[in-house]
Design a protein around this ligand. Sequence first.
Ligand code: ATR
Length: 268
Amino acid sequence: MHQAVLDKIGLNHTYGALLINSNQDLELFFDMLKISSVKGVNVTVPYKESVIKYLDTLDHSAQNCQAVNTIVNNNGHLTGYNTDGRGLVYSLQQDVGVDLLNKHVLILGAGGAAKGIAYELCNHNLSSLTILNRTKEKADTLQYGLESHYKLPIYTGSLTIDESTIEWERLHSADIIIQTTSIGLMGTPGSPLSNVSWARSSQLVVDIIYKPYATQFLMDCSNLGLKTVNGVGMLAGQGALAFELFTDYEADYLLMRDIVEKTAKDVI
Ligand code: ATR
């Protein structure tokens, strides 16, 4: 998607993938990066946190969640950003016209992806944010960090739900539910929640997984008539924001989205 926009604008740059197999190789990579003409780097699992020690500056987006997905190289001075959360919000605004003002938003999961999304969501005047995670302590730690920066009500809970639990009630009353756990990724079976009895047809459900195109969770919600969104837009959105940091040119979100969408629809 990056190369497509570079080519469209006519910028003489190349975007490519690099597989780094060990932390030792990661260190060598940064030694090289600093003396290279490489403009920027995207980082993915499992290095989003471990790259931080090689960077000179962290933008507040990366500082807050202590995870980096974008690095800009300014003559050897490396700045880390996190465009994941902003990419998701951007895509929801562009693709489904979401307005986050006064919304009750609920996140499933409290891992790296959830962190970036949670910090960004708190910039949008929500009514409340709820974080449910299998390991509730991780949701509590994220809540603690968020509360030191933001004033909105933040609730946490586990993924064990039945109609008598507060978690079920929070799911039922949420306007937007964002699934960030790895369940369903690359076709792994299962769903983060044992049932969808909490669902209401006016709810928007987002699953940040883009491959498969629709997870079991998203299909269960869609079958009940809820509006659903997969992770294609978030991937394109984070990429578009990274592109603009790398090049100072406006990205073409729709072109990037189109390319991601085609890839996501390919059979696994
Ligand atoms: P990522 O960077 O993709 O978010 P991660 O930081 O490893 O990856 O986080 C994975 C998330 O998926 C976590 O919220 C994890 O829950 P725990 O904190 O309890 O580990 C969640 N997850 C992964 N496998 C799960 C499963 N089988 N059931 C429930 N949650 C699961």
